[in-house]
Write a protein that binds this ligand. Structure first.
Ligand code: GDP
Ligand code: ZN
Length: 458
């Protein structure tokens, strides 16, 4: 495949001070040599070496930047192409200047995700691994990072491959029996179909069970803080944001009418919704009315309902309980440093079997208990210690659901006494659907759309 030479600024994760200009393509090394001035030309450097030198402007001969240049020769590179990485010491302007010189030499500015796209097109990684890279870039907690990392390493791919193999064997078996009908092995074929089909279906179910947790790890647990004016919503928000590293995210391409903030509560990424509403208006319910409150609550997976220990319950409090019925709710009875005027028995009754936590946000008391309650709600059972190959990508989830349904159809058809080759069609379909997870049979437009989600330089 003929590939032009691309370049972009690629600043590694977690670092911002050093800027890297990345180049990939057949001409990468030669192109960099036109700008490089060092002990010897880069073309003469061994592969996977770092070379000290300077970048000069070929027009004026001026030295522009002191650099360390990595030379990475195909095929043992990220893209499987020749690659050069120019490490610049200076700030953003000097990195940009170096990039400009590289582009002047004939490289094309890479699109977002294009380096990873090449790794995929050149067969170094499969699609689910590439998607893992996207998740890695966006990971909001260590745990989410682990999940993404596993995906990059191909754990999910391996599990999917295993299932595809099982289906393939089944299909092959059916083929043989159709080709050699003298064996008259119809009975046995059905048995095998049934056995393998149920096995694959069960495995898909197990993968899907991890999906909810995976999705939350990936996208954050959408959370709202509700309560009457002055009960302590802003105080709660501030305390959560201060104690837990707040992660401000700005994912391009998503427009939102609510302002969000991410906090990492004991490994659970909370996506706090409508924080502007809390910060600015002091009262969601009264300003926005019941309908809007219902909407806000319905958009959330977790509701933090704040009450004032120092006041009797009001009708508005009861209304909020009613609005949040059917949601995961943690009730927070705040201002425990003041006299208890609230009817705690009534609060417990309204909360039902959902957690109630007492806090004094003024004195910073009870916040630990609240965080523990959040963690328990999310990591109930053994999922926390379970293996980390969560399915977390909605495209994967949709495909797995379709594959499962197709296998169900196959098993149903068999029971209804349909001919074996009819059943085989469904099994083949399921095999194809699983293939789409790892990118075996996906369309070009989907590939383009996926890789456009990356940031530049990946
Ligand atoms: P919001 O209107 O629900 O956002 O409530 P705020 O967080 O703005 O708090 C309203 C008032 O209650 C502020 O003066 C806070 O300092 C005070 N406050 C918040 N938490 C506590 C608490 O635990 N104890 C006491 N005594 N006052 C609190
Ligand atoms: Zn407030």
């Amino acid at each position: 495949m003929e590939m032009d030479t691309i370049s972009a600024i690629s600043t590694p994760m977690g670092e911002g001070a050093i800027g890297i200009v990345r180049i990939s393509g057949d001409d990468a090394i030669q192109l960099a040599d036109n700008l490089f001035k060092g002990k010897r030309p880069l073309a003469e450097a061994e592969t996977h070496t770092i070379n000290y030198g300077h970048i000069k402007d070929p027009d004026t001969g001026d030295i522009v930047e002191e650099v360390m240049v990595s030379v990475l020769k195909a095929p043992r590179t990220y893209t499987k192409e020749n690659m050069v990485e120019i490490n610049c010491h200076g700030g953003l302007t000097s990195v940009n200047r170096v990039l400009q010189l590289v582009l002047n030499e004939g490289a094309r500015l890479a699109e977002p995700g294009e380096f990873t796209k090449r790794a995929f097109l050149n067969g170094r990684i499969d699609l689910s691994q590439a998607e893992g890279v996207i998740d890695l870039i966006r990971a909001k907690t260590d745990r989410a990072m682990n999940v993404a990392m596993n995906q990059v390493e191909g754990k999910l791919s391996q599990r999917i491959q295993k299932l595809r193999q099982a289906l393939l064997e089944t299909v092959a078996h059916v083929e043989v029996n159709i080709d050699y009908p003298e064996y008259d092995a119809e009975e046995m074929t059905l048995e095998i179909l049934q056995e393998k089909g149920s096995f694959v279906k069960k495995e898909i179910d197990r993968l899907l069970q991890t999906a909810q947790q995976g999705k939350i790890l990936r996208e954050g647990l959408s959370t709202v803080i509700i309560g009457r004016p002055n009960v302590g919503k802003s105080s709660l928000l501030n305390s959560l944001v201060q104690e837990n590293k707040a992660i401000v995210t700005d994912i391009p391409g998503t427009t939102r009418d609510v302002i969000e903030e991410y906090v990492n509560v004991r490994g659970v990424p909370l996506r706090l919704l409508d924080t502007a509403g809390i910060r600015e208006t002091e009262d969601v319910v009264e300003r926005l009315g019941v309908e809007r409150s219902r909407k806000v609550i319905n958009s959330a997976e977790l509701v933090l309902l704040v009450l004032n220990n120092n006041e009797p319950l009001t009708e508005a409090d009861e209304e909020l309980f009613k609005l949040s019925e059917g949601h995961d709710v943690i009730t927070i009875v705040n201002k425990t440093d003041l006299e208890e005027k609230i009817n705690l028995n009534r609060v417990r009754k309204l909360a039902g079997n959902r957690p109630v936590v007492a806090t004094s946000l003024l004195k910073d008391e009870g916040v630990d208990e609240l965080e523990e309650a959040i963690r328990e709600l999310f990591f109930e059972g053994d999922l926390e210690t379970g293996d980390m190959s969560y399915v977390s990508n909605s495209r994967h989830i949709a495909l797995l659901n379709q594959a499962k349904k197709t296998i169900d159809d196959a098993l149903g058809a068999m029971e209804a006494g349909m001919p074996v080759d009819m059943v085989q069609i469904d099994i083949t379909k399921a095999w194809e659907l699983l293939g789409e997870v790892i990118g075996d049979s996906v369309s070009e437009s989907l590939i383009d759309q996926l890789f456009s989600q990356f940031c530049l330089g990946k």
